[in-house]
Design a protein around this ligand. Structure first.
Ligand code: PEP
Ligand code: MN
Length: 329
């Protein structure tokens, strides 16, 4: 947005008025005829241009077109089944890194549901850095996850890894997950958008916020009913934690862009003892929820055992921090 000043305007006073409305001035430009323009920073609060035109000294306001108009217009709440994500109550999405068996999925789902957790996550198709690592149990795991969720009144969140699996994943998932490694896979974003389902879009490990928002724009443009952004940590110089959790971007999406953003403290840290402290920090920063990995027997987990919590611990977190209601029975 560019605010042009009237002749003789008091530049500092106009800047102060803009700042008071949550607008940050990136640059003050002067044209050849001495006219002054204030360039408003992209991350500033949303305002109506006509509200600025009333400020003494403002001559006019030009709004630059956003590169992601659909995301800007989406609103802060995405409904998944009967649950709003981005509303007053934060959500907890929990489950194993990989869906290993029907029995394990059902056991984990049962524990989580007893504590009021309504979203069951789990990977059927696993994006692994090494081709020798466990690749997921594929299509049959989708069925196990779906049944475990259905038995416990939960909604499925699972990753779609390839265009070939879009229909199968759409059939079983209430919220389709695009993993960090695929945030830039535009063909997959288009195909996933075409299902018309809501999508959990993980931030790529070195994506800028703008690239992340534009990936969301692809999804909406191709038909997704909504996009829930998921911050899972970015790559940093320090490997003491698996990734670096960027809570500044979470606060930016939540409070400035007013978009639903959840945080995955499991992949962000890679260490179970850090997961719940960062889950609390994420909610304090404005996250609409958290996604946490858990496992009955982390030492034997096929993937990501070091960051897995006990399902009971995630359930207790959901009840005490998020106020999820325990289901009897
Ligand atoms: C996951 O959530 O299962 C996962 C693979 O995470 P990420 O894409 O963030 O690495
Ligand atoms: Mn994992």
């Amino acid at each position: 947005m560019i605010v042009s000043l009237a002749e003789g305007a008091n530049v500092s006073r106009v800047r102060r008025e803009l700042t008071a409305r949550g607008l940050w001035v990136d640059a003050t430009e002067r044209d050849g005829r001495g006219r002054v323009f204030l360039v408003v920073a992209k991350g500033s609060s949303p305002v109506e241009p006509r509200d600025l035109e009333g400020i003494e000294g403002v001559g006019g306001v030009t709004v630059a077109e956003s590169p992601h108009p659909r995301i800007d217009a989406m609103g802060g709440v995405v409904r998944v089944g009967d649950i709003p994500i981005g509303g007053k109550t934060p959500v907890v999405i929990a489950g194993p890194c990989s869906v290993e068996s029907a029995e394990a999925a059902t056991r984990i789902a049962g524990t989580l549901a007893r504590h009021g957790v309504r979203f069951l996550r789990g990977g059927a198709y696993k994006p692994r850095t090494s081709p020798y690592a466990f690749q997921g149990k594929g299509a049959e795991a989708l069925g196990w996850l779906h049944d475990a969720a259905a038995k416990n009144g939960m909604h499925v969140v699972t990753e779609v890894l390839s265009e070939h699996d879009v229909d199968a994943v759409a059939e079983h998932a209430a919220l389709m997950q695009i993993g960090s490694r695929n945030m830039h896979n535009y063909a997959l974003l288009k195909a996933t958008g075409r299902t018309g389902k809501p999508v959990l879009l993980k931030r790529a490990m070195s994506a800028t916020v703008e690239e992340w928002l534009l990936a969301g724009e692809y999804l909406l443009m191709h038909g997704a009913s909504g996009v829930v952004f998921c911050e899972r940590g970015v790559r940093s110089f320090d490997t003491v934690t698996r990734n670096l959790l960027d809570l500044g971007s979470v606060a930016l999406l939540a409070h400035v862009h007013r978009l639903p953003v959840v945080v995955d403290p499991s992949h962000a840290t890679g260490r179970r003892e850090l997961v719940l402290p960062l889950a609390r920090a994420a909610l304090a920063a404005g996250a609409a929820g958290v996604m946490i990995e858990c496992h009955d027997d982390p030492a034997c987990a096929e993937s990501d055992g070091a960051q897995a919590l006990a399902p009971e611990a995630v359930g207790t977190f959901a009840e005490t921090i998020v106020g999820a209601r325990k289901q009897e029975g």
